[in-house]
Design a protein around this ligand. Sequence first.
Ligand code: GRF
Length: 215
Amino acid sequence: MPLAVLISGAGSNMLAIADACRSGQINARVALVIADVPTAGGIARAQALGLGTTVVDRRAFQSAGKPDRAAFENALAAAIDASGAGLVVLAGFMRVLSGNFVARYSGRMLNIHPSLLPRYKGLDTHARVLAAGDHEHGVSVHFVTADLDGGPLIAQAPVPVLPGDNLASLSARVHAREYIIYPMVIEWLTRGRLQWNLGSPTLDGKPLTAPVLLR
Ligand code: GRF
């Protein structure tokens, strides 16, 4: 299955997914890596692997001096669709997508979020976990819906918060889990084990009433 991987930053999850495709762990290929900012470091990293890349620069889409989200999303959808992608993989993509855009890829768009959702939706999850003094952090992979960080959960992996942790150490531990859980969920979907069923996902034919927990 061709994948479109959307990034805004370093793209380390994108690399883990590309690796999993190359090794055959995932029955898929990265058809296109798309960044919404020209500064996304992941673009050069994808090019170094020979992957197709494009930048759909959100700041280039303005109307009367204001961001034109509809025009940006139209360009994004055009790039995704031209790539032939059957699955849209958000991997550190830092834009909130409209309901219209999300509906277009309903059941065909995944996101990874660095927290045990529904805890810590939104930004700066590592800092918030540290500030709260939590002993447990984690990673969630979910289907994308119009509900920000609120679509049906597929899998979660807890990550311990250790004494002396700082942003860098905690973030590195979370990332290491992300590189395992995201390719795994993509593999379930590309092999048809994971199905959307109009918003009531199933795994191996059974309703996903709770996310699969990876310890
Ligand atoms: C990851 O922690 C991901 O969960 C979050 O953004 C980060 C992206 O990192 N949505 P990278 O660009 O994949 O290195």
